[in-house]
Design a protein around this ligand. Structure first.
Ligand code: G6P
Length: 367
């Protein structure tokens, strides 16, 4: 089927706007109509028998794994190891019994991810994959391939595939938690109901676009930008930095908020915008104190938080983007939206080729 921009200037903006719709589709695929159970294919694996999981991917898909590690560990109490495919495959990691391997790939053709999958064949008990292209090599070579149902993604910078990967991983983590007796049936359906509400919340969040556009004009002047996050927002800081470098060519780096003082704080001055992704959660106060360290050194902080977070952050931030309230577990999915919109509008302000950034390919089938 031919895919057009549906009135958008770029595929990227179309794909950002499509997220509520495609997420809705993925959610109805994996969650029963009354939100009381996860509906996985028959050949589904038994999470109770898995002792540890190794997740491997590249690029944006790797950051989805990074978020999933927090989810599987915190909610399902399952030890998770993550790695980028190009490192994993040459490390020759020993694989012990009870290990499941999970590969995340939009295209399902990324050479390093496929090589990592082949390395794990015969070593891992189960090979799972989360793909967008259901007919891909990675899907075919897995014991169980779960589609993310994002539809064709044309923009080189991944957007809707990322949020659909996260959503599928969140559902898997909930199912794993249930199978491992870490969530009661009531808690499972509470979590699944919250997930079902996500498309509506993402739709609301798309309302920050004008604000992002205004801020982006100033970000476009910067030479370097830092992204900070804590807990499951740390991978989102990485995703925000990746999106920005990919399409605006501004040097951006992500740091765990608490790690700032161990080096990158030396870079801070009034010319380096610092984007802090911090919903008002149990770690918020810690992040605020990291933010104050930055502001005390003249740093320009853009805080992305919710209403309560904005009220508690106090004075001194350069600007604030107010996100809708969301349960802490789902915040990483929602906060992908400002990461995408800031990168998109910064690239527009710089006049770069948003859908076809220089030197990048949508699918990297060389090693
Ligand atoms: C390329 C793309 C990225 C993508 C990565 C992994 O670098 O430009 O957007 O995240 O490959 O691709 P995959 O298809 O395996 O998810």
């Amino acid at each position: 089927a031919s895919v057009d921009k549906a009135g958008h200037k770029h595929f990227m903006s179309k794909e950002i706007a499509e997220q509520p719709t495609v997420l809705q589709g993925a959610l109805s695929h994996y969650i029963s109509p009354n939100a009381d159970a996860v509906t996985l294919p028959e050949s589904g694996i038994d999470f109770a028998k898995i002792e540890r999981m190794t997740m491997v991917a590249c690029g944006t898909a790797y950051y989805a794994c990074m978020v999933a590690k927090y989810w599987f560990e915190q909610v399902a109490r399952m030890p998770v190891e993550i790695d980028v495919a190009s490192e994993f495959r040459y490390r020759e990691p020993p694989v012990t019994a009870g290990t499941a391997a999970l590969f995340v790939s939009q295209s399902g053709e990324t050479a390093d991810t496929l090589a990592a999958l082949r390395y794990m064949k015969g070593k891992a008990d189960t090979i799972l994959s989360i793909v967008n292209v259901e007919t891909s090599t990675i899907a075919r070579e897995s014991d169980l391939a779960l589609p993310i149902l994002a539809g064709a993604e044309i923009g080189v910078a991944s957007t809707k595939a990322f949020t659909c990967q996260l959503t599928t991983l969140a559902i898997l983590a909930i199912e794993a938690a249930r199978a491992r007796d870490h969530l009661t049936d009531a808690e499972v359906s509470e979590n699944l109901s919250r997930l079902r509400a996500l498309p509506g919340v993402i739709n609301l969040a798309l309302g920050i676009e004008d604000k992002c556009k205004t801020i982006a004009r100033q970000l476009a002047e910067a030479r370097d930008i830092l992204f900070l996050g804590r807990g499951a927002m740390y991978p989102l800081a990485h995703e925000g930095a990746l999106k920005l470098k990919e399409i605006s060519y501004i040097h951006a780096e992500a740091y765990a908020s608490g790690e700032l003082k161990h080096g990158p704080i030396a870079l801070v001055d009034e010319n380096v915008p610092i984007i802090v992704m911090a919903p008002r959660d149990s770690l918020f106060e810690k992040t605020v104190s990291n933010m104050q360290e930055v502001m005390a050194r003249g740093g320009k902080v853009l805080l992305i938080t919710d209403k309560q977070g904005a009220a508690e952050a106090g004075d001194g931030v350069w600007d604030t983007i107010i996100m809708p309230e969301i349960d802490a577990f789902l915040a990483p999915i929602l906060y992908a939206v400002p990461a995408q919109l800031l990168a998109y509008h910064t690239a527009i302000a710089k006049g770069t080729d948003v859908d076809q950034p220089r030197n990048l390919a949508k699918s990297v089938t060389v090693e």
